[in-house]
Design a protein around this ligand. Sequence first.
Ligand SMILES: Nc1ncnc2c1ncn2[C@@H]1O[C@H](COP(=O)(O)OP(=O)(O)O)[C@@H](O)[C@H]1O
Ligand SMILES: [Mg+2]
Length: 510
Amino acid sequence: MENKNLVELKNIRKVFGKVIALDNVTFTAAKGEIHGLLGENGAGKSTLMNILYGLYSPNKGEIYIDGKKVRIDSPFDSIKIGIGMVHQISTLVPEFNAVENIILGTPKDKFKLPIKEERRKVKKIMEELGLTFPLDVKTKELPAGVKQKIEIIRALHKGAKLLILDEPTTSLVESEFRQLLKSLRALVKKGVTVIFITHKIKEIMESCDSVTVLRRGKVQDTIDKEQMTKEKLVKLMFMEKDIKVTESALPKVELPAIKRSKKPVCIVKNIEVKGKEKSKGLKNISFEVYGGEIFGVASVSGNGEKELASAMINPSLLSNGDILVNGESIKHLSTLSVFNKGVAYTPEDRIKEGILNDGSIKENVLLGHHTEKRFLEKNLFINWNEATKAARKTIKDYNVATPSEELAIRRLSGGNIQKVIMGRAFVSPTDLLITHNPTSGLDVLTVEFIFNKLVETRNNGGAVLCINEDLDELMIISDRIAVLHNGELKGIFQRSEFNKYKIGLLMIGG
Ligand SMILES: Nc1ncnc2c1ncn2[C@@H]1O[C@H](COP(=O)(O)OP(=O)(O)O)[C@@H](O)[C@H]1O
Ligand SMILES: [Mg+2]
């Protein structure tokens, strides 16, 4: 009897350090369908598909292709059995043109590559799918949308009967998405199975025959096109099915009732940021953050949260509007001067933007404070005694697991690096802390630790602006939550009005 399913993943578990990325995940995709894989950022979508493609090995679980149990140790194995994957970031050789990239790695006659013949084959696949792109231009000259088409053709040229697309629409405009969809439909007609990863419900509804929803490393449900409604998908994506199990994975943090300051510490007034490339930027955003409150900003990644975080500490990005801290405009200040006004910042990408990779913990604690009087001798040289004191205090207060402040920071775990960054924010008095995804990828105990520090800041009268893509976490620690979608503020909720369904719906533009 023929199998209905092309792919079956059974009881997959994957752990990174203390983070459980996938917990007992079972997933199937039928032959000749577009199967969606939906979930918030960090839900485990890429990890699951990287396991199927052989980039990661699971800690537990089995893979079946067309009913047969297989072992996939590397992409070499997966390509051999007909699996192709297009990643979020292009993997083409920039100096090669499309044809060279597509036939790269094709096993052929040792002495000559039959370029002409391969070129004909490539053209044929392109025609069948209605995908066009220049074959002879170096791929480094081509925009992201075109590179993606080349990667799709490359996978098919290698004989893929399963095509995995990891968030393929990130770099596409609407018309390109339509085009991609047409091509995928043509592929499916020929019997190819497509797995379409996205965090956008709209795209799932428009393109998929069925969808599996992941949430915090667990499968919520798999449903068919007929059962798909926006409401149902929002619920699956944002709300727990089994409250008991999931809640234990959430950090426990107490948020005592306190009085917030009379005047806001920070006023954001009609700010605008021009969008770059696909981003819509920020449109007319206004809000206030008071002392003694954690003001959460919820958004699905890519809706303006990066622009907001950047503009708050680098106001030169503003094309309109103003930001006031303690009643004073910071519009014309440099980032360092903004910091000197009592603003502290912890960036989203803690490795790339948060630290000097080769520096010691001590040097990293000093970073951004290095022009403050306290850390200068004769207004000129760094006072290393003071720096050592500050570093030791940070290590102690933030429970950083390290033998000494002289250790290179890159040797710490992600959680300990984040503790250093968070501690650094409080080396000097801070009125306003801006923190972007402070806990992403950290284990639940570290998450709890970091959140308790945020709450402590709030309880001591500090203002905290917490931009966080994890709605569960925001609902635990925020006094108020603002929703950002498409660069616009879609509403501000008081803690007493928090409702996961309502906020989740606004996050996706409903
Ligand atoms: N190589 C890695 N090392 C450590 N943690 C990882 C790695 N890849 C993913 N993770 C973690 O696993 C979880 C799931 O991530 P991912 O599969 O990328 O989610 P998604 O694709 O749904 O956004 C996240 O908590 C992420 O931080
Ligand atoms: Mg991903």
